[in-house]
Design a protein around this ligand. Structure first.
Ligand code: ACO
Length: 335
């Protein structure tokens, strides 16, 4: 089992890992004070090379007013950028089969999320972080449309790293797919196990349900059972268990009674929720109930070919810095 890990240790590890191999991260929301403050901190701590999209005059006025130093940031006025036409052309070409015209592509490219995602697609940025002032759908749709999934993946899911009670855990899907099929639940388990390894955890995956073993029946339990059968067929290189209730997954005493011979029960560190409502409600409930005794980092968009990550609109400056750091960490994986 892993050693205990405090929130402070986890954050330090995250920041140090990002610093060890600096990546270029684009922040399309240059109009947002929290984003600019996070950019200042990320530059001051040397976490990443920062690209900010927006009107330079407005950004410099805010920089002065907020007492920031963004002199090391690369600021791009994307509406007037020399690359604008090339990016619109590329988008139109990539979405030709969907009937997208060049004129429509130009309109879409005015949106910083499209421009920033195109920078990542073209390889002039290594990752994008957005969503402080936009919805999840607005932030991730461009990535779903043309960054697409990485080889071997068919879907994108959203994981949260939950650091509480001295433990680090991965919760998924908490952000993207409302009603996953059994195939998708199995894929969420595989990509979440990969995410766990990126953060130094040896994955022990729990397929969560209201049933532990055969204790209850129902269509949603069948869905989870089928996901487990499919995962078994894949000969995956991590331990998994399910269907299993949350208490049996995390509490060794409950596990002894409910699933005494399971190597995962009582010690799970990756949790696959049966659908989005449960995943999203659970991570927020734990985060709110524990307050500053819990750090929830994410959503980490898993399965994308290149890293693009969404911020909650309630994201603090610290949340944005953490998201910049884990986006950089995922960008490092490209080798
Ligand atoms: N993985 C990979 N690709 C996907 C996925 C997925 N999970 N979902 C959609 N796509 C692709 C589609 O295949 C499609 O590609 P194509 O246009 O090339 O054919 C493209 O994305 C658009 O798909 P749509 O079906 O039109 O989906 P839409 O853009 O309407 O919605 C979205 C996709 C935004 C992810 C939607 O499922 C959604 O809104 N999910 C919930 C997001 C949310 O609100 N989460 C909770 C808040 S997050 C938080 O609290 C932290």
């Amino acid at each position: 089992m892993e050693q205990t890990l405090s929130i402070e240790q986890f954050e330090n590890n995250l920041i140090n890992a990002a610093k060890a191999n600096k990546q270029r991260i684009v922040l399309p929301e240059g109009e947002c004070d929290r984003v600019l403050k996070a950019a200042h901190d990320a530059l001051a701590q040397d976490i990443a090379d920062i690209i900010i999209l927006g009107n330079p005059e407005m950004i410099h006025t805010k920089e002065k007013g907020l007492g920031l130093d963004l002199s090391k940031a690369h600021i791009i006025d994307h509406l007037n950028a020399t690359e604008f036409e090339d990016y619109a052309n590329t988008l139109a070409e990539l979405r030709k089969a969907k009937g997208l015209t060049l004129e429509e592509a130009r309109d879409m490219m005015k949106d910083g999320a499209y421009f920033g995602t195109m920078m990542v697609y073209k390889g002039v940025a290594d990752g994008m972080v957005s969503g402080a002032e936009h919805t999840t759908a607005n932030t991730i749709r461009p990535a779903l449309q043309f960054i697409k999934t990485k080889p071997g993946a068919t879907m994108v899911s959203g994981a949260f790293l939950m650091c509480y009670n001295g433990q680090l855990q991965v919760f998924a899907d908490c952000a993207v797919t409302p009603n996953p099929t059994s195939e998708q639940l199995s894929e969420i388990a595989v990509t979440s196990a990969q995410t766990a390894r990126i953060f130094g955890l040896e994955p022990r995956v729990a397929f969560l349900s209201y049933s532990t073993g055969t204790s209850s029946k129902g269509p949603s339990v069948d869905l989870v059972n089928e996901a487990i059968r499919l995962t078994r067929e894949k000969n995956v290189d991590f331990a998994f268990e399910g269907p299993i209730q949350f208490d049996a997954a995390v509490d060794p005493e409950v596990a002894k009674t409910k699933l005494p011979n399971s190597p995962v029960a009582g010690h799970a560190n990756v949790f696959v929720f049966p659908e989005l409502n449960t995943g999203n409600c659970c991570y927020k409930a734990i985060q709110r109930a524990l307050g500053d005794k819990c750090l929830a980092v994410g959503p980490i968009l898993q399965g994308l070919n290149k890293p693009v990550n969404d911020l909650s609109r309630g994201a603090t400056v610290k949340d944005i810095i953490n998201t910049i750091a884990f986006t950089a960490l995922f960008a490092q994986q490209k080798g």
